[in-house]
Write a new protein. Structure first.
Length: 175
């Protein structure tokens, strides 16, 4: 790498000690860290807010893709049932788009589900109130195995995939 005049003037040994770098390196007069109680409280609040944000993303994506898939199925149904019917190649393309968007949706929701699972385990470790709430809510063993998040992340996209696959199959066999 060719060194310019500017980089020649600023070497490692110059940082913070020479007037050439005055204003480039911030000077810290105050200690960087707060008390450990403040950091722990801020970390817990950030973790909780991050969990809420990721949960909202999960639900927003679920709503978006549910709407998209429903609209595509509706359009497909209208075009298939109208007289004269839309060209089969267009209907196959629309079905392929439906299958592809469903697979993308499934991948996104699975990734988000595993990330949420990670955040929940982290929250259990650093948020005692969250741990107490989960322990009190799910005392029965079977209830802990039932996951609404898993149901929403996997079952609904798979259900749409099956509907698309059956729709394309029946269209193919009826031709």
């Amino acid at each position: 790498m060719k060194r310019t005049k500017k980089t020649k003037d600023i070497d490692k040994h110059d940082v913070g000690t020479d007037s050439k770098v005055e204003g480039l390196v911030p000077k810290y007069d105050k200690p960087l860290a707060k008390t450990s109680d403040d950091l722990e409280a801020e970390q817990r609040a950030r973790t909780w807010e991050h969990g809420l944000h990721e949960d909202k993303l999960f639900n927003d994506r679920l709503n978006f893709f549910s709407f998209l898939e429903s609209a595509l199925l509706g359009i497909f149904g209208v075009l298939y049932s109208k007289q004269p019917s839309a060209p089969k190649s267009f209907l196959y393309s629309l079905g392929g788009l439906g299958l592809a968007s469903t697979l993308i949706w499934l991948f996104i929701q699975l990734r988000q589900m595993f990330y949420l699972k990670h955040l929940v385990s982290k929250s259990i470790k650093i948020l005692p109130e969250f741990r107490e709430t989960l322990d009190g809510f799910s005392k029965n063993k079977w209830w802990r195995r039932f996951s609404v998040t898993r149901l929403l992340a996997v079952f609904i996209p798979v259900l749409f995939f099956i509907v698309w696959a059956l729709t394309i199959f029946f269209m193919y066999t009826s031709a």
